[in-house]
Structures are given as C-alpha cells and as structure tokens.
Design a protein around this ligand. Structure first.
Ligand code: AMP
Length: 427
C-alpha cells in the first residue's frame, strides 16, 4: 500500500516524499480512507504509531479540496486539542510539514507563556488551531477564539487528558463546537470513562486500533541491571561513555532526580539537557531543540515532561528509576522503537524498586533480560554485608584486592565486549 493508493493528492504526496515516508503505517492505512470518507473516528493508538499523520493528512486534504469555496479571512476550521505543550507544538509541526504545499495555515496555543504572540497569530486568521485545554478556554473566554466555524475536531491522547484532570475542560470545549462536524478521538487506552466520553463526542464512529501496548514492549529490546541506588550514577556513566554519539533519553521519577542526573553526567563530561515541569517553557524548548539538533545527545526527563516528545531515531531509553506505575514503563520504552523501528531500553533496579519490576513484568507478560555482569555488582554485596568495599578502581586498597580484581575484570570485559558487539547488544 502506498499513500498514492490511499488517494492522497499530489501537494501532500510531495511533502511526504520529502519527509522520506515511503509507506503508510498501519494506523494511517486504516484511518485515512475512513477520514477521507467523512466519517467520525475512534482511534486506539499511542504516540509512535504515526497517528498524527493519520489525522493530519486527510484533514489537510479535505481542507485543500474545499479551499476554493472558502475565500476571505481564514476562520478556524480544524481544532486539535492535546494535553501538553510539547505535543501541541509537534502536531503543529506535522501540519506545517505535511501541508507545506497546500497553503493551509496553522497556529498553536498553550499555557505557561505570555499570550501576545498567540493572539497576534489568531488575529491574522488561521485554518488549523492546535491547543491545550486551559489556554484554549482562556482565549475563548477573552473573545480571541471562536469555534463556530470548526468542521473537524480532534481530541488527542484522551486518556492522558483524563489523567491530567482536563476532562471537565474537554466537556466545556466540546459544548462550544458546532453539531455538524467530523470528530476524531484518539486514546492509547480505553478505560470506561474514556469510552463514555468518546460516546458523548462521536456520532457513529468507525473504530481503528493499532499497536496494543504489549506489542510496543515486544518490539523494544529491553535489559535490566540490578544495582544499588548509590551506584546508579556510576553505572550510567559507564554505559554512556562509549556511546557518546547516540541519542539517549533518560527517565527520572522526580524533577530533583533529573537535575541530579544531568549534574553528575556533566561532571563526567557527558553533556545532558534536562526537561521537567519546573523549567520555563523557553528552557524546555531550548533543551529539546539542542537534543533534536544533535547539539547534545542526552536528554533527561520526567514522565510528564517527556509526554509526547517526538524524537526520531532515538537510540536508547534509560530508566534510571523504575516507574511505580507499570503502564508508565511501557510509555517510556515506547519512546524508542517508533514507527516500526526496533529500539533498545535499559532499566536500573535497586532493592526498593523490586516490587515495581514485578508489576512491570506482569503487565508486559515477559521477563526483562538481566545483565548478570557489570562493574557495580559489588554493591549488591555491599548491600548484604557490613564490610565496606571500595568501588573506586583507580585507588583501591590492597586489602580489598580479591573482590576488586574480580569486579574490575568483569568491568573491563564488559566494556571491551561492549565496543565489539553490535549496537543493540551493547547494553
Ligand atoms: P506519531 O505517532 O504521530 O507521534 O508519529 C511517530 C513518528 O513516526 C514521527 O516521528 C513521524 O514523523 C513518523 N512517521 C509517521 N508516519 C510515518 C510514515 N508513514 N513513514 C515513516 N515515518 C512516519
């Protein structure tokens, strides 16, 4: 199947070719004909499946074909609502990319920044508006946005909206939309409240479902290191040092932890960017920009901040902390291995995190492969004995020689093997 066979018009085909998209992903193959046929759509799909293009392409096409009839100042004909600023920006980028030969315009509004630039863009008139719920309602309240001309509405990542407490805002927004419109609804999971919401929003939708979460987990090569909390930084530096040119996303459970990781990586001369909720929008965008452009290869993020980050060719995801919610693990490792590529994810597990590991393995219905040999296994001994053993290889004391030699040898073997194994086996 090709995009041409799906009936995509040439200005959009040209843009897709320029992006290097040769074939539609499964969700695109299923959703595009439904949407071009004017039907409502309920999509069960997570980020990484190509779902943005699955809705952006047919919407752009329908707008382009109807454009001749719509002259005069541009009115908002498409509304996309999404939970985070990062996702909103990425969706806007997708509309810009796929629509670059169509003349269709878009803008994005989100909170946490001054509204001036956003209201100026709105005043000029725009075809497609991508918004987070709070700022959207705010600007509607101030009279900058009218939804009365909307012909296409997209609710993206509905389950995250629910998690983040946006559900009432969503209901308020939906109430402001014209009855007659094409509605699209996407969610990675379908808990009962989401099913109820989808029924309120959609008419008689066609349903598409791709990549259940377990499939993502199967696609990604996952390994596990048992390591004490204290040795996690050293193990991370050890693993990252030989792969300085690959792009690595490191997850931390807390904002404080994320800053600490970047700090010790910095000390080891590994430049890392950090994004979390305490950073200003500008700082987050700068960090993401540096990472995407390759200025820095390592990005440290908390789960909320990382939602929806769209990075192509991510080499490795590191779970510096295991998440206490097992679904979060699946979301995290899904950041690698996107759009059909295979990915690599490594996780550190300390004693306190063992229960989290059990829950994760139960959810993904597989045992994560344990790396039995690494230089910081000694900490396991430390954790179970009262004898303090130095792990500083350069300055080890003679009395610890037996243990240290063993550990050092393991470490060296591991490093050596790492350089010569192919990439996906390095961890
Ligand atoms: P999404 O699920 O929308 O976040 O998309 C995941 C990633 O897949 C994005 O980086 C897209 O640029 C990429 N992508 C989407 N559709 C295709 C396609 N047909 N071929 C190759 N890459 C794609």
């Amino acid at each position: 199947m090709t995009f041409k066979q799906l009936g995509i018009i040439s200005p959009i085909l040209k843009a897709l070719e320029a992006e290097g998209y040769t074939h539609p992903t499964p969700i695109q193959e299923q959703a595009i004909p439904i949407l071009l046929g004017g039907k409502d759509l309920l999509g069960c799909a997570q980020t990484g499946t190509g779902k943005t293009a699955a809705f952006a392409i047919p919407i752009l096409q329908q707008l382009f074909l109807a454009r001749e009839q719509n002259s005069g100042r541009r009115k908002i004909k498409v509304l996309v609502v999404t939970p985070t600023r990062e996702l909103a920006i990425q969706i806007a980028d997708s509309f810009t990319t796929y629509g670059r030969f169509t003349g269709i315009t878009n803008t994005v509004v989100f909170g946490g920044v001054k509204q001036g630039a956003q209201t100026n863009a709105l005043r000029a008139g725009v075809d497609v508006l991508i918004a987070t719920p709070g700022r959207l309602l705010d600007l509607i309240g101030q009279g900058y946005i009218s939804l009365k001309d909307v012909e296409y509405s997209v609710l993206d990542e509905a389950d995250r909206m629910l998690d983040m407490g946006f559900i009432n805002d969503i209901r308020k927004i939906i109430a402001k939309l014209p009855e007659k419109r094409q509605s699209l609804f996407f969610s990675a999971t379908m808990p009962p409240e989401i099913v109820r919401l989808s029924r309120e929003i959609l008419g008689n939708p066609e349903k598409v479902s791709v990549t259940p979460e377990q499939t993502t987990a199967e696609k990604v090569e996952q390994t596990l290191y048992y390591v004490s909390k204290k040795s996690k930084p050293k193990l991370l530096v050890h693993l990252l040092n030989p792969i300085a040119n690959d792009s690595v996303l490191i997850f931390s459970r807390t904002k404080y932890g994320a800053d600490k990781i970047a700090k010790f990586l910095g000390k080891a001369s590994i430049k890392a960017e950090v994004i979390h909720g305490n950073k200003s929008q500008g700082a987050r965008q700068r960090a993401l920009g540096n990472f995407k452009s390759g200025k820095s290869n390592v990005l440290v993020a908390t789960d909320i901040a990382a939602r929806g980050i769209d990075i192509e060719e991510l080499s490795l995801v590191v779970n510096f902390d295991l998440p206490n919610i097992p679904e979060t693990y699946v979301h995290r490792i899904g950041r690698t291995g996107r759009a059909g590529l295979s990915g690599v994810a490594i996780s550190f597990c300390d004693t306190e995190e063992r229960p989290f590991l059990r829950d994760i393995q139960k959810l993904i219905e597989q045992k994560i492969e344990v790396i039995e040999e690494h230089p910081f296994l000694v900490d396991e001994i430390e954790a179970t004995t009262t004898t303090k053993v130095s792990t500083n290889f350069k300055h080890h004391k003679p009395e610890n020689k037996g243990v240290l030699e063993k550990v050092t040898r393991q470490g060296n073997n591991n490093r050596h093997a790492g350089r010569h194994r192919n990439f996906s086996r390095r961890y």
